[in-house]
Design a protein around this ligand. Sequence first.
Ligand SMILES: Nc1nc2c(c(=O)[nH]1)N[C@H]1C(S)=C(S)[C@@H](COP(=O)(O)OP(=O)(O)OC[C@H]3O[C@@H](n4cnc5c(=O)[nH]c(N)nc54)[C@H](O)[C@@H]3O)O[C@H]1N2
Ligand SMILES: Nc1nc2c(c(=O)[nH]1)N[C@H]1C(S)=C(S)[C@@H](COP(=O)(O)OP(=O)(O)OC[C@H]3O[C@@H](n4cnc5c(=O)[nH]c(N)nc54)[C@H](O)[C@@H]3O)O[C@H]1N2
Ligand code: SF4
Ligand SMILES: [Mo]
Length: 748
Amino acid sequence: MPGTDWKPTACILCECNCGLEVQLGGEGGRHLVRFRGDRRHPASRGYACEKAHRLDHYQNGLDRLTTPLRRRPDGTFEVIDWDTAIREVSARLAAVRDSHGGDAIFYYGGGGQGNHLPGAYATATRRALGSTFRSSALAQEKTGEFWVAHRMFGTAMMRADFAHCDVALFLGKNPWQSHSIPHARVTLKAIAKDPARTLIVVDPRRTETAELADIHLQLRPGTDAHLLAAVLAILLEEGLLDRAFLEAHAVDLGPVEAALRAVNVADCCARTGIDEPLVRRTARAIGNARALASFEDLGVQMNRNSTLVSYLHRLLVALTGNVGKEGTTYVPTSIVAIAGGASRRKSPVVEAPIISGLVPCNVIADEILTDHPMRYRAMIVEAANPAHSVADSKRFREALAALDTLVVIDVAMSETARLAHYVLPAATQFEKAEATFFNFDFPRNCFQLRPRLMAPPAGALPEAEIHARLCQALGAVTEEDLAPLRAAAAKGPEAYAEAAASCLIGDPRLASQAPVLLYRTLPLPPEAREGAVLFALALRAAMQSPVPLARAGFGGSPFEAAAALFRAILENPWGVVFAVDEWSEVIGRIATPDGKIHLALPDLLEELGKVGRAAPEAPDPSFPVVLSAGERRSFTANTIIRDPAWRRTDGEGALRMSPGDAATLGVVTGDPVRLSTRRDSLVATVEVSDTMRDGHVSLPNGLGLSYPGASGEAITGIAPNELTAGEDRDPFVGTPWHKGVPARIERV
Ligand SMILES: Nc1nc2c(c(=O)[nH]1)N[C@H]1C(S)=C(S)[C@@H](COP(=O)(O)OP(=O)(O)OC[C@H]3O[C@@H](n4cnc5c(=O)[nH]c(N)nc54)[C@H](O)[C@@H]3O)O[C@H]1N2
Ligand SMILES: Nc1nc2c(c(=O)[nH]1)N[C@H]1C(S)=C(S)[C@@H](COP(=O)(O)OP(=O)(O)OC[C@H]3O[C@@H](n4cnc5c(=O)[nH]c(N)nc54)[C@H](O)[C@@H]3O)O[C@H]1N2
Ligand code: SF4
Ligand SMILES: [Mo]
């Protein structure tokens, strides 16, 4: 019988993290039984999609880890206790640091779609070890966009206001399924229904979003750079640039105009397969928009010319003046900035660019396997499954096998955990307090600390506790360090805040261990304990963004503001508005040295010229089809839910292909086919779909997971990265070409 209490939490399956209310029930009250969208959540306001109702398949997965494991030489695992695990893991990592330096210890992950506190606690462990190189999935999707935005605007995180735009543009993005914008389906339907608003979708598939569109540009896969070049050239030719905006807020228009004048519009349109009149109609809709909101995502960011496309997309927004007015592009206030520009440092072995602090995922295997003194020799993987999610799984497995030490912190026996020397079992996101740093709303931005719904099973620990134990075992935090804070805590909140602030700000050694110090000493109720690190983050936000925080009710000195915000976070478990922005402030957040948008990026303008002139790449006759490896569907959620039974539809994760291609092959829905790329050859199940273009096939993301079933471990569907290659990546930032993999299909 479900209990009658509805408890606030959030969905953890995509970056929206919609607020939910759940009822617990089942054995020991450990099942998530009933769900409803939480109307009190300030961003989602009751919205949730069908996936949220299936979250118990995450909480109660059969491959849940409940004890630390150590790998034996034969590859099997033995159970060890926590004291042994912490002692051995810290000793082995310290040994790598002592003989090769902390830079030889690589950190991967830190959070998935809804759990970003582990990454915050891990900074203490990384600092204790001197580990500075790291990465996460963002370095195979967003780093090109960040790099371009940072160079042009001096700030990397930009989002758009789809609720108030009159023209919405989605480039390689299917928000009906993948969301990423608030109330995605409601917002899309509202735009589609309103004759005064225009929905433009650029996608080679007729997606659910494209079905709603006023203009669907069903282009040839991988030709987005040509499409955007043509649109920009038409805007210039037809006098549709916002000259007044550019005069006031931008510099270096000249070289951009020259490059756009050199674009051959007819030729570019021909390359995309879209008729020029339709491209012109699109350009006019954009050029005449009152407010354009646009979003580029994986269809272009994991594809050829991805960084050039990100640049052309940012140019489109800037040249039409769609920045800083309601319904257009904004820069949100953040609690934790997750986006940044390029570092001066390169990765130590391959010398790949580091953007937003992240080494490109596609070079990690090379960084480990190259015989080089600076190669990574140990790795901590936390809340990520790179043996599944990074390009070329086979080579990535080889790289992991070559490490001295691999430590995986996960809730389930993931593909990566199977390869670890030590597996450390974590509490699930419903067994500890958790939060997301994907807070991108505007003008009212919100933050939710979800209290835990239940205690973890004996044997699993929250990451905060794991990192605290590691840091203490490494000697980075001692009882003497904790004593003054504990004493201050006994005196009350004010004494504590003062003591915490003085060690956070006054002593660099202690500051580097702030997450652990706070976690060990800040008095918090058990259901919110892992929220301790937010005390430091709230203080940083109060120092960096005093005005938006004050408007949200958190004014006064930085200490007063931080204390009030921290209290509000604890008192509002369904979420709190932490910042109130104003549209008029957006232009002021352009953080280039002169405060202007820098339109001309010479390397990318040169690339535009090259791409425009280059003859179309002749398809490799052995691999004539384009495979998009990793589509978001109704029941996919990366590898967060491993139980295949959670999928109500598309159980096997079918390979979608056009009726024309199916007829040529002589196959129908349900037939097996052999799908081959340069890396591997696997059998997939076909779904014939008239949403597909001829020559383009698509596999879902997050399948190919091993899961215990009635007859032992079984793998359902295809793991997309068995088919992708590490060298297929963007020349500027190293992001992968997962959406355009050359492939061949045969009957079996
Ligand atoms: N249901 C569900 N939702 C999710 C997730 C999930 O796993 N499942 N994951 C979340 C995450 S981590 C992310 S990053 C987002 C990603 O969200 P999206 O980027 O929207 O997801 P995808 O389906 O991978 O890719 C989007 C589209 O790119 C198209 N595409 C393929 N090739 C090309 C091309 O050459 N040009 C263009 N213009 N388009 C092309 C595909 O047909 C597809 O419709 O989704 C988030 N939301
Ligand atoms: N070919 C191809 N590859 C892709 C993509 C694609 O479209 N095509 N998409 C890419 C994108 S955009 C993304 S975001 C990545 C996603 O790939 P990853 O970032 O590797 O994330 P997930 O696959 O979701 O793995 C999350 C892991 O966290 C674990 N986990 C869940 N909750 C917790 C917790 O509370 N604590 C801990 N410690 N662990 C937890 C899960 O069991 C799982 O093993 O994949 C990328 N890879
Ligand atoms: S999957 Fe995303 S959109 Fe759907 S309920 Fe969960 S967080 Fe919200
Ligand atoms: Mo992602």
